[in-house]
Design a binder for this molecule. Sequence first.
Ligand SMILES: NC(=O)c1ccc[n+]([C@@H]2O[C@H](COP(=O)([O-])OP(=O)(O)OC[C@H]3O[C@@H](n4cnc5c(N)ncnc54)[C@H](OP(=O)(O)O)[C@@H]3O)[C@@H](O)[C@H]2O)c1
Length: 345
Amino acid sequence: MPATLNRRFLLRERPVGDFDPKVLQRVVEPVPTPGPGEALVRNRYLSLDPTNRIWMGEGESYLPPVPLGEVMRGAAVGEVVASNSKKFPVGAKVAGLLGWQDYAVVSEAGDAMAQVIPGWLPVPLTATLGVLGVTGMTAYFGLFDIGKPKRGETVVVSAAAGAVGSIVGQLAKIHGCRVVGIAGSQDKCEWLTRELGFDVAINRRDANWREQLTAACPRGIDIDFENAGGEILEAILERMNNHGRIVLCGMISQYGKDQGNAPGPRHFVNLLTRRITLQGFIIIDYIPRFPLAQLKMLWWLKRGRLKDRSTIVKGLDNAPQALTQLFSGENVGKLMVEIDEAPTA
Ligand SMILES: NC(=O)c1ccc[n+]([C@@H]2O[C@H](COP(=O)([O-])OP(=O)(O)OC[C@H]3O[C@@H](n4cnc5c(N)ncnc54)[C@H](OP(=O)(O)O)[C@@H]3O)[C@@H](O)[C@H]2O)c1
């Protein structure tokens, strides 16, 4: 019988500026054998995230840079196919930092942040990367813990048709807020208002998007769920209300830029004069609180109050090219790769 092999994408060099798929090198290796206390996971879906670009850089961040020559770090979900571990029995579905590869070894020591997905969860595996996974948790804790929305307040969310943004807007609507989304195309804007119930959606590629933002927020902005940074953050800072909150979730427009030489945002002084709170956060700090939030999200999902959309690219070999979608704005909702059959020798 032919032996199955393990395709892996290694980080060959660090990207300079924008992400270039050529920095990743495809190799084919034997499938690893799990040792004592370890299990072998067959990856099924690989999450593509803007933070992949951060992890490729050499600067220290909230996780160390991916070492050159090592498998690219990435969140994925899969199924245990061989096991020497009671925690990860054969057949269990597992989510974690399983890497850009067909097969990953997880250990009870917890180095891949691997978690068994409860078997009773009535959702497809893709939802455990999207609305019930890190994406949904980022939206939930960012909005509720940091944004602290009150009914009737105006919430602006950038990258609004993306994975995190599309959930933030829906949660803010459930909470009774006025929600304004900023996205990169007319089609996305129509989806946000017609399907997801956003009050207004603004195409950031329109020449007059700043005027549209003023018109969409006649009572100013109380909460900014910031995913983009750059000129979008500056325009929002100019329009924030007294005692507003800025949830600094991401700054995708800045990834790959030399931060030591980047200009500061204009209107920054408004933080002072308008008593605005700006707080950054990293979702891994909230992992112990995930279960209750996941139950709440599941409740809204099953009642049709939350819609979960993904852009699924088929084939592990297409992952490097697919990652560029996040920076060009081609994806709608959660971008992931469905991993196909591994090659055999
Ligand atoms: N803090 C945390 O723990 C945490 C966790 C997860 C994600 N995040 C952050 O959350 C943000 C969204 O992540 P996601 O996974 O949900 O990705 P996503 O929104 O699904 O995809 C990224 C989107 O960003 C927009 N974009 C790309 N380049 C841009 C630019 N130069 N200016 C403005 N918008 C741009 C594009 O949408 P449009 O073209 O439609 O604007 C693109 O679709 C990212 O900044 C990410 O780093 C943070």
